[in-house]
Design a binder for this molecule. Structure first.
Ligand code: SF4
Length: 239
């Protein structure tokens, strides 16, 4: 991989997509609640459920624990497929944060990265990509997080073919960010947000819009596209 290729690609992506901001709460507890407010999870559904939760119930552990399960389910209903289950999950999250961490969940994540990841992954539907995202955007560890729904973007750009498994594709994208994006919160949050935006708008999983792509001249996938077929198949349902 040529030196400084990733920073160059990110600059081109930013010129095209503009500066990006996270559209989710960045405090770890709030993110986990937000993530469970939409199902199947998407930014739009989670935002809709999160807004309804805050309007009708409140999102603090105390407010969620005090709410009747039926009222919680009713608040979430427009944004989730199984509102009773979603309400139960919110109760579990709130109880754990209240009982195990005394309401100060952030403090439990400060320390060795492996330990923080382990704590986060004890929550339902949080895997490594979600744990990395939480730690990066909460300003706890500037980990090389990769958007869980499009780790293939950077791998296509750099290597052409995404890998045969989700895990390998994720790791390859993470290694590229680790190698070429400075280990600061600003730089790694910017990389995450731009790759996410590009994956959602242009470099879609099954039908990338290469003809409209601002980085196609530097894209290994585009260069070798003739006869290309992806070998990866994944559809993650975790953060
Ligand atoms: S040229 Fe195509 S494959 Fe390459 S980044 Fe752009 S959309 Fe994705």
């Amino acid at each position: 991989m040529p030196l400084n290729l990733v920073p160059k690609l990110l600059m081109q992506l930013e010129e095209f997509h503009g500066r990006q901001q996270p559209c989710w709460p960045t405090e770890p507890y709030e993110f986990i609640v937000w993530w469970h407010c939409g199902y199947p999870a998407s930014d739009a559904r989670c935002a809709k459920g999160w807004a309804a939760l805050n309007r009708d119930i409140g999102s603090s552990p105390r407010q969620i624990l005090a709410a009747a399960p039926k009222a919680l389910a009713a608040a979430l209903k427009p944004a989730v497929m199984l509102p009773d289950l979603a309400a139960q999950r919110l109760k579990e999250i709130a109880a754990r944060v209240q009982d195990e961490f005394g309401g100060d969940f952030r403090r439990a994540l400060i320390g060795p990265l492996s330990q923080a990841r382990k704590v986060l992954k004890q929550f339902h539907s949080i895997a490594d990509p979600g744990a990395d995202r939480i730690l990066l955007f909460a300003g706890i560890t500037p980990v090389a997080a990769v958007p869980s729904n499009c780790p293939y973007v950077l791998v296509r750009l750099l290597h052409g073919l995404e890998r045969e498994s989700y895990g390998l594709t994720y790791r390859e994208a993470q290694e590229a960010i680790s190698a070429q994006v400075p280990e600061t919160f600003d730089a790694r949050q910017r990389a995450y947000l731009l790759l996410k935006q590009h994956g959602q708008q242009i470099c879609k999983r099954t039908n990338p819009k290469c003809d409209r792509c601002p980085v196609r001249k530097n894209c290994a996938y585009f260069s070798g596209r003739k006869g290309f077929s992806s070998v990866s198949s994944f559809n993650p349902t975790f953060a």
